[in-house]
Design a protein around this ligand. Structure first.
Ligand code: KG4
Ligand code: ZN
Length: 339
């Protein structure tokens, strides 16, 4: 069974090939055009997807050494994401599946981030341990912050989520206030490595239950920087590592507080993280430490499967293929797709 998967939900054009559950290729074209605007410009993103999709798919097939005619199914991200970006991947996938007369499989991008934990990419090597069901996943990206209970590969329930901004957005907007280029999350992570996480205190806010809110801390950071820069125009450049470490520490604590509560309430001890922000070194190390304290088994994805990629779309499609869960040609993208 050979699946070609296409990911185009935001600003990464990616294609991957999975053969009998084993990853054969995963090509990602990152769009650099957005950097000068300090964020993703939707119209430019869809145009860049149009330019990249053909060479990216061709390269994924060539690297996997698989001909188009050997494919068993075409998978694509149906949502959530930017409508114009999703349309490029969906249209391409539909046309290819139609032309080859093979099944089409739609994938939910957020479910795919979670199923990235099941990717096997090293032939012959002992596979990375996989979470057992049910497990909890903290899914953290540029557009989402969710606590998900996963009962089986295709049976997932969101048990908590942000009521306003995503944590990735909080990282990126903080970086923008610090005059760092987009996307700033990884840069905050880098500067934080040499800073003191307790140098500055920011309010974590209170949200009931398992939900999150990041709009308050964003405003607190804005006022904190405005006041300090007023008193000392060089405040940011003189204290960048400490500021980044303190912001990162607060955001990570906000995430882990709710994760701890979710584990307590569900009694689940298999705990995973997923999504772009799971690449954050502060989150990875704090979670590992918390896992030891709480006696959890922790699952952290490889770096390359944290941010957007088609390998995770292929993995999700693999589970759907086994169940015969196919999509018909009338399918259209869902920018606000939930599950
Ligand atoms: O999952 P993803 O690639 O795209 C979405 O589906 O949104 O996540 C992108 C987000 C961005 O907000 C980016 O700044 C953040 O993940 N991110 C990080 C790190 N690497 C990526 N945030 C903090 N630390 C990182 N190392
Ligand atoms: Zn994503």
């Amino acid at each position: 069974m050979n699946i070609l998967a296409i990911e185009s939900s935001c600003d990464e054009t990616s294609a991957a090939v999975l053969a009998d559950g084993q990853l054969k290729s995963n090509i990602i074209a990152t769009q650099l055009v957005h950097e000068q605007y300090g964020g993703v410009v939707p119209e430019l993103a869809s145009r860049a997807h149009q330019q990249h999709i053909l060479p990216v798919v061709a390269r994924a097939l060539a690297d996997a050494n698989i001909a188009k005619t050997d494919l068993s199914a075409i998978a694509f991200t149906r949502g959530p994401g930017l409508l114009g970006s999703l349309l490029v991947g969906a249209s391409f996938a539909k046309a290819l599946a139609l032309g080859l007369n093979i099944p089409l499989i739609e994938v939910n991008h957020m479910q795919a981030h979670i199923l990235a934990h099941f990717i096997d990419d090293q032939e012959g090597a002992s596979p990375k341990p996989k979470p057992s069901f049910p497990f909890l996943c903290l899914t953290v990206s540029g557009g989402h912050t969710q606590l998900v209970q996963i009962n089986s590969p295709l049976d997932m329930e969101v048990i908590g989520q942000t009521q306003d901004d995503a944590v990735g957005e909080a990282f990126d907007k903080s970086a923008k206030l610090l005059n760092l280029p987009y996307p700033g999350g990884p840069l905050i992570d880098n500067y934080a490595r040499t800073g003191n996480p307790l140098a500055y205190k920011f309010p974590m806010g209170e949200m009931p239950g398992l939900d999150f809110s990041f709009s308050g801390i964003k405003t607190a950071i804005l006022y904190f920087l405005r006041d300090n820069v007023r008193a000392n125009p060089d405040f940011i450049t003189q204290n960048l590592p400490d500021i980044c470490a303190s912001i990162q520490h607060t955001l990570v604590q906000m995430l882990l507080t709710k994760l701890k509560r979710a584990a307590r309430e569900t009694g689940i001890r298999d705990i995973a993280i997923a999504g772009g922000v799971s690449a954050n070194s502060g989150l990875r190390s704090a979670l590992t430490q918390l896992g030891t304290e709480q006696n959890w088994t922790i699952y952290i994805p490889r770096f390359e499967y944290c941010t957007d990629n088609a390998a995770m779309i292929a993995m999700a499609a693999h589970f759907k293929y086994i169940q015969g869960d196919f999509t018909d040609q009338t399918v259209s993208p869902l920018p606000r797709m939930s599950f």
